[in-house]
Design a protein around this ligand. Structure first.
Ligand code: SF4
Length: 324
């Protein structure tokens, strides 16, 4: 073999090893620090995820159920082209009415390395996605932060949307600072009684509201492009549940009292009883049109201005992805 060829092969080999080593070191550092005693979310299980599972049942490897273009988010997220949505398996809440319960509380999904997830983002960008939409990634924040850093180095330019149930810690969110462009949190409950009964979450309102204020500190009020697609900022979602109009009104009142008027609120009417909710007397029905209208009227009565309302007919499982 001529000397030049040997040199070329050796160079390739070193280059490959260096790349792999850097990625692995980053990965190990994150796992060591945050997963050996996991307190990423408010459940603060304190367990070693290399050895056992906490409330979320997530291990140390990332697991995703789907990465595809999604057209059924709010128009300022999905637009015409679609949102590049990554659905993560497992969840730190255990909502009895979860439409995606097969992936959030079942075990559906495929394990994926952080470098591979970065490639998924880039593939979605190449397919024309308007943004990367991370759905329920709380329990994977360290690995997701690493995947975003790799993708950004490799040319990811579209906005990153962090789509969350709101049950977050400030420490967890601090790992995402500078990486997330749009925060899309739920504010599900005002009264913790409902958070415990329906999502098995202690102190939900306190954690979710502190998290939302941190999200606002990181990204501010929304900025839209010329087509009305959100490029940066905070938008809050609230799903109306049957019989909980007063709780919904308290949620709206907190938003009005604690955040600027420009923060949009997406009021969702799509609740459909599925999973354990089918057998729960208080929530085994859709919300009524009167309940929905009542909350929308209150939205305007208290001086809120920026919001999105779902068509009442969206209360169907038609918009839920098929996980099989
Ligand atoms: S991320 Fe999972 S293991 Fe870690 S504290 Fe939350 S629920 Fe527990």
């Amino acid at each position: 073999m001529p000397p030049t060829t040997k040199f070329y092969l050796l160079f390739l080999c070193i280059n490959y090893m260096t790349y792999d080593k850097i990625s692995w070191v980053k990965y190990m550092n994150l796992l060591d620090k945050y997963l050996v005693k996991c307190e990423i979310c408010p459940n603060k299980c304190g367990i070693n995820r290399f050895e056992t599972m906490g409330v979320c049942k997530a291990g140390t490897l990332l697991k995703i159920a789907l990465a595809s273009l999604h057209h059924w988010e709010e128009p300022c997220i999905s637009g015409e082209a679609g949102s590049g949505t990554v659905f993560f398996s497992h969840c730190n809440l255990q909502c009895v009415f979860c439409q995606n319960y097969k992936i959030s509380q079942g075990d559906l999904g495929r394990e994926i390395r952080i470098e591979e997830l970065a490639e998924e983002y880039l593939a979605l960008q190449n397919k024309g996605a308007l943004n990367i939409n991370l759905v329920s990634a709380t329990h994977y924040i360290p690995q997701v932060a690493a995947s975003l850093k790799i993708a950004l180095e490799k040319g990811l330019t579209i906005p990153i949307v962090y789509n969350t149930n709101g049950y977050e810690t400030i420490e967890g969110l601090s790992l995402l600072k500078g990486l997330i462009d749009v925060y899309l949190p739920d504010l599900k409950y005002y009264d913790d009684k409902y958070a415990i009964d329906y999502s098995r979450a202690k102190d939900y309102f306190n954690f979710a509201t502190q998290a939302i204020l941190e999200m606002y500190r990181q990204v501010g009020a929304p900025v839209y492009d010329e087509d009305g697609i959100i490029k940066r900022g905070l938008m809050i979602r609230h799903l109306l549940l049957p019989g909980l109009q007063e709780d919904s009104k308290n949620v709206l009142k907190w938003i009005r009292d604690n955040l600027p008027i420009e923060i949009p609120i997406s009021l969702m009417a799509q609740y459909t009883p599925v999973y354990k909710a089918i057998n729960m007397e208080n929530i085994n029905r859709r919300i009524t049109e009167e309940e929905y209208d009542n909350v929308i009227d209150y939205f305007f009565e208290i001086g809120l201005e920026h919001g999105l309302a779902q068509d009442y007919s969206s209360a169907t499982t038609y918009y839920t992805p098929e996980w099989e």
